[in-house]
Design a protein around this ligand. Structure first.
Ligand code: Q9C
Ligand code: ZN
Length: 343
């Protein structure tokens, strides 16, 4: 299988994040890429290529221009205000009853454009998020040119980013940008299957009122885990998009492969019925039994089975890397899905 990867993605390297009320080492670390790359090479999964460089035009098909501009200049603005700081995070948000007007200061703007404290901006963030999008768009282009399947080894991840909000380690929504590129290049319908442990609320919100994109997600019940405020079963789309959003929230602790597979069959059945031209898989590996922030019980052999199930759809398939934080197993688990798909 073809993998697209860029070293530039490591430039996003925040030292810490808030977890449990304290600052802890940043879980979505550049090391994640090394573990996955190493496993791909060790298992001879196929060639690894660098991405082409794309302009912001395909990004602007999904994200608002003011948000793109904000991300490009956020670090520099923060650095002017706090010359000693190593990362920029908001501390204040336009909650219920407040005005949604972009403030002039970087502190105010950060709160306006962020849902939470888990997506800090650092000096290298802009270059890394552009490179991450480049990986997704290059893999998308290869598939458009006839490659049956490709893996975009993207980082930072994307599925929590909506059109103008960063969240959950995500800035640009790589999977959504690639999906829109398929459509802009002539596809009529694209299905997104999100198997990350967390609900991809950014992706859902981007396509919520559209019938040319089916979004289906298996994830931790938002009543019990991040992103907390979206991802319930009764969110089925709106307007023209009604019936084109499928959420399958699953309970924490008791979800193993048997339960997961049952929900997966429902999602795959819906995707099959939708008859997409392309399948985009938001590939999070944080459903793994030993993931440090997650509570499903998926094993490495289960990931291989997951890959086999996805291949049964027989669609040109773009895998876009999302979450997964059990470093020592992340490579094996990623390769297990991709090998299962190719088997
Ligand atoms: N106690 C992705 O997997 N922290 N993002 C949750 C819960 C944020 C995950 C802490 C998790 C974001 C791409
Ligand atoms: Zn996740």
């Amino acid at each position: 299988m073809l993998t697209i990867y860029s070293e530039q993605q490591k430039l996003h390297n925040p030292a810490r994040e808030f977890l449990g009320g304290d600052l802890v080492p940043y879980l979505e670390s550049p090391k994640r890429l090394d573990y996955v790359l190493e496993a791909i090479q060790r298992n001879d999964l196929g060639r690894i290529e660098w991405p082409d460089s794309f302009s912001t035009e395909p990004i602007a098909r999904v994200h608002r221009p003011d948000y793109i501009q904000f991300l490009e200049t956020a670090w520099q603005r923060w650095h002017q205000t706090y010359p000693e700081a190593t990362q920029a995070s908001p501390y204040c948000f336009p909650h219920r009853g407040l005005r949604h007007v972009v403030p002039e200061t970087i502190e105010g703007a950060l709160g306006y454009y962020a849902m939470d404290l888990t997506a800090p901006v650092v000096e290298g963030t802009w270059k890394a998020i552009r490179a991450s999008v480049d990986c997704a768009l290059t893999a998308q282009k290869r598939i458009m040119d006839g490659e049956p399947v490709a893996f975009a080894l993207c980082r930072p991840p994307g599925h929590h980013a909506s059109k103008d909000v960063m969240a959950g380690y995500c800035f640009f929504n790589n999977a959504a940008i690639a999906t829109q590129a398929f459509l802009d290049q002539g596809a009529e319908k694209v299905a997104i299957l999100d198997v990350d442990y967390h609900h991809g609320h950014g992706t859902q919100s981007i396509f919520y009122s559209r019938s040319d994109v089916l979004y289906a997600s298996l994830h931790a019940d938002p009543r019990r885990d991040y992103p907390h405020y979206l991802g319930h079963e009764d969110e089925t789309g709106e307007g023209a998009g009604l019936g084109f959003n499928m959420n399958l929230p699953l309970p924490l602790q008791v979800t193993g492969w048997v339960e997961y597979r049952r929900a997966l069959e429902l999602a795959l059945g819906r995707i099959d019925e939708f008859r997409p031209d392309y399948l985009v898989v938001s590939l999070g590996l944080d459903t793994y039994e030993r993931d440090p922030i997650s509570f499903f019980n998926i094993t490495t052999p289960d990931f291989q089975e997951l890959g086999r199930c996805l291949a049964a759809l027989k669609k040109p398939t773009l895998f876009v890397f999302e979450g997964g934080y059990a470093l020592e197993a992340l490579g094996h688990n990623t390769v297990a899905v991709l090998e299962g798909f190719s088997a």
